[in-house]
Design a protein around this ligand. Structure first.
Ligand SMILES: [Zn+2]
Length: 385
């Protein structure tokens, strides 16, 4: 039904325990027999597991009913029809749940007792929830002082062992890879090819919900797994004969964490790591994106591009979304910020909003301020209305 294939040397494998190619160390991707796809894109019963025939698991899934997130029309002048796919409406409040339902199911299928990840926050929140559901032990490495409060709260409440290290995400990821190998923990970062399979269902849902393939999809890019996964989803729909088109995949990075933007501008296929990434959008504050090569392939192959946006543009977009009832964390707003900055003319585009507003309450207080305080007196209240 599927096999693992190296994106660099093309070697293929049947061993679900692998994260990397045993020949050359390259990233692995999962290759499906798309003729097995048995779902209808008719807008009904939309959820991750509707598309099970293209998901690489053999047992009953560990699920919290993820996916089926809303897609909202969004009013913006001169940009054609714009839709926001609100991934913050998943069980843990981010798109990571799509990958985690598949990844944690795979951990159970492989007989693992514990799972591990490094995280800027959302991955740890999601992994902690799903491993709790499955009864697995969870271990998380975070960059100390750099994780939004909502995400941290989720990870600790759902029972993960959370360890903050005094360095950045990229270092945390290197350490957790070492640790999981040493201790036999199942690694659930996006280097795990099964997680990306869950995330590709965003593409399936977009077509299922809209009834057509949009011209462009704008995606916030941090570790670069999501844009690669969404592209793969569109590709499989085309291969399976559901659609004829593939949208332009447009990656959006924060200026302070932009290694993929730089590689794109120089026409390169891989990145130069960035030492000290910095942006208000902590979820994409990553200098050494693991899936950079996959992402750049997706961007070039779909004739897309990469845009970089400043932190103030991200906050501006976050406020615009909020004013139309769509509450997101800063990284999520980067996709809309990218669309607003881009000079392409698309008839219709989808911006992926990756995480919920409640993930990062401290950022909101920083950019909006605290509420006005007055005496409990009607005249005092009237004065400040
Ligand atoms: Zn290889």
């Amino acid at each position: 039904m599927y096999q693992l294939r190296c994106i660099d040397c093309g070697a293929s494998f049947q061993d679900d325990n692998l994260y990397n190619c045993t020949e050359c160390g390259g990233l692995l991707e999962i290759l499906f027999d798309v003729s097995l796809a048995d779902f209808k894109l008719d807008g009904s019963n939309i959820s991750v597991w509707k598309y099970r025939s293209l998901l690489p698991v053999r047992i009953k899934p560990v699920t919290l009913f993820e996916g089926g997130t809303p897609i909202y029309p969004f009013k913006v002048e001169g940009k054609g029809r714009v839709y926001i796919k609100h991934e913050g409406m998943n069980p843990s409040g981010s798109f990571k749940d799509r990958g985690m339902t598949v990844g944690v199911t795979k951990a159970v299928e492989l007989g693992k007792r514990s799972v591990a990840c490094a995280s800027t926050g959302n991955t740890s929140a999601s992994m902690s929830m799903y491993s709790a559901r499955a009864g697995l032990n969870a271990y998380v490495l975070l960059p100390a002082g750099k994780v939004a409060l909502g995400k941290l709260a989720q990870a600790v409440m759902h029972g993960a062992k959370v360890i903050a290290i005094k360095d950045n995400f990229d270092v945390a990821l290197r350490l957790v890879r070492e640790l999981s190998e040493k201790k036999g923990m199942y690694l659930l970062n996006s280097v795990n090819p099964f997680r990306l399979e869950g995330q590709k269902t965003i593409a399936f849902e977009i077509v299922d919900q809209l009834g057509f393939v949009p011209d462009a999809v704008f995606v916030p890019v941090g570790n670069a797994g999501n844009i690669s996964a969404i592209y793969k989803g569109f590709l499989e729909l085309k291969e399976a004969g559901y659609t004829d088109e593939i949208p332009k995949m447009i990656g959006v990075q924060a200026e302070g964490a932009n290694p993929i933007y730089k590689a794109y501008v120089e026409g390169k296929e891989d990145i130069e790591p960035l030492k000290n990434p910095e942006t208000i959008a902590t979820a994409i504050r990553i200098g050494m994106p693991v899936n950079a090569k996959k992402a750049l392939k997706a961007i070039y192959a779909s004739k897309g591009k990469v845009i970089q946006v400043r932190d103030d543009e991200i906050v501006q977009a976050q406020k615009l979304l909020a004013r139309q009832g769509i509450g997101v964390e800063p990284a999520s707003a980067s996709s809309l910020a990218g669309l607003l900055k881009d000079d392409s003319e698309f008839e219709n585009s989808v911006c992926i909003a990756t995480g919920n507003l409640l993930k990062d309450p401290e950022e909101v207080v920083r950019v909006i301020g605290k509420p006005i305080e007055v005496e409990a007196d009607i005249r005092e209240i009237e004065k400040v209305l």
